[in-house]
Design a protein around this ligand. Structure first.
Ligand code: GLN
Length: 203
């Protein structure tokens, strides 16, 4: 049976994540079936979930509206691997600086939205990811991880964490789906398969 991976499909780089996941799975010779998830029932069949970038306030409203917000928390607490990228990280964090987005608390990390300011609200630069190595990261109106808490810091940029992991949950302030580099998605697939959980940290 292929590994069933869901991507929250309201907005953002949904198809890009799907493409890169499929390429990563090919490289690892793992069979995956990737689905866009837009309602609560679709969440029942996924074995891992990606929450993509986009606008976290909007995604927050939609996840609440479709009763998916609490369901994702419940599934993650029961071990569902989750990767949140950019706005997705804001949503899975334990605390945000914006009262319009309540973090799900899937990863013990505090977030500041749009913290890079207007001048450099999008940029690309080299980072070094633990277990992956040198990597060109794309940041788009990225949040800043103000406190990583109990999460493991897997990469930093200018002394600030940009990739964190805790148990089976990964959070990135950048967009791995906007590059041709499949290594972050490979890392996530290995994590799903139980080969690469980042820490034993409880939620
Ligand atoms: N600035 C967006 C937010 O706060 C996140 C940006 C992104 O996902 N690229 O929701």
């Amino acid at each position: 049976m292929p590994l069933n991976i869901g991507i929250i499909g309201f907005q953002g780089d949904v198809s890009e994540h799907a493409e890169l996941l499929k390429k990563a799975a090919n490289k690892l010779e793992v069979e995956v079936s990737v689905h866009e998830v837009r309602n609560r029932t679709q969440l029942d069949s996924v074995e891992a979930l990606i929450i993509p970038g986009g606008e976290s306030t909007t995604m927050f409203k939609l996840l609440k509206l479709y009763s998916m917000y609490d369901k994702i928390i419940e599934l993650a607490k029961n071990g569902l691997p989750v990767m949140g990228t950019c706005a997705g990280l804001i949503l899975i964090s334990s605390k945000t600086n914006d009262e319009r987005v309540e973090g799900m608390g899937l990863i013990d990390t505090e977030i500041e939205r749009n913290a890079y300011g207007r001048q450099i609200d999008s940029f690309m630069d080299d980072i070094d990811i633990k277990g992956i190595g040198k990597y060109k990261a794309v940041f788009i109106r990225a949040p800043v991880i103000s406190k990583p808490g109990k999460a493991d810091v897997l990469a930093e940029y200018k002394n600030k964490p940009v990739m964190v992991g805790q148990g089976k949950v990964l959070g990135l302030t950048f967009h791995p789906e906007l590059t041709k580099d499949t290594r972050v998605h490979e890392y996530f697939i290995k994590m799903i398969e139980g080969e690469g959980s980042t820490s034993s940290g409880d939620l």
